[in-house]
Design a protein around this ligand. Sequence first.
Ligand SMILES: Nc1nc2c(ncn2[C@@H]2O[C@H](COP(=O)(O)OP(=O)(O)O)[C@@H](O)[C@H]2O)c(=O)[nH]1
Ligand SMILES: [Mg+2]
Ligand SMILES: [Zn+2]
Length: 305
Amino acid sequence: MKTNTKHLGIVTKKFNDFFLVDFKNQENFGNSEPFLCKVRKSINFKDQLIYVGDEVVIDNLDLKSKRAIITSLKKRKNLLTRPSVANISNIFIIFSVEEPELNLSQLNRFLISAESIGVEVSLVLTKCDLISNKKRLFLIDKFQKWGYQAITLNLQKSDYFKYFLAELKQKECSIFMGPSGVGKTTLLNMIIPGLQNRTASVSHKIKRGKNTTRNVELFSLSNQSYIVDTPGFNMQPLEIDIKLLPNLYSEIYKQVIDEGIRCKFRNCLHLNDAGCNLNKSFERYSFYKEMIESFKSHYYQNQED
Ligand SMILES: Nc1nc2c(ncn2[C@@H]2O[C@H](COP(=O)(O)OP(=O)(O)O)[C@@H](O)[C@H]2O)c(=O)[nH]1
Ligand SMILES: [Mg+2]
Ligand SMILES: [Zn+2]
């Protein structure tokens, strides 16, 4: 039984030449198996690969065998590169407060590279059972000054987790990023019960063993809400114009936007005091300065090549 009505879908998993696609805005959330799709042969997407997270139009739906054909690709809002995933709406930077110990400079680099993507960035602090409540409040206050309302988690306190889960369900498509050992997999397993076994039936359909490499996959949390599951994560490469870097620090852009400070030179990088009106007495200023310096040396190195 095939139908020829077009549907808007979202790619949740990618195999070599197969894609799993959910109906976008699915009404019967939870009981609908995704469609196993191939791209229409007459369409050449060669220079335009389809990624997990992409919105696609599907046609030729076979409702019984749950097969369909992808006939077009919608313009994407953004594309992360490590791993490749499209149309992220929220990045959650996950760091533990202990084990491994919180490294502020590393955390800052994760935050800024996430900010460079241009989506909403949130900070999650895990393993708060390993610190006192006083220390936890101290950290919340610290990151408030960095421009983030830190979400603090503690595996012993399930209401903290419930609040976090409720927040995730409000977001279109979230991804966790952070160094290894901070508890990302633990969190994902709490968010998506039975995570390991979810794709077994599909592996059978495309005649591949159960243990296909666990690559990037979207899991639906509620109607219109997804979370990315990824086996590993590196930091997104920071590929922006150096002049835009000040805009990624809330302590700087707030002074510029809210307080209307103006420096003598347009595009002031706020490094020197001459003609610069930025109030530099904030904790991250030294990180900011280092980042600008390393950008500059990188730039000059490339010029010499
Ligand atoms: N004490 C404590 N340990 C945790 C917590 N969350 C995760 N862990 C432990 O941290 C270790 C690394 O967790 P994992 O989820 O593999 O981290 P990932 O590398 O970020 O995916 C595991 O031994 C977890 O049991 C937490 O809230 N408190
Ligand atoms: Mg992990
Ligand atoms: Zn300045």
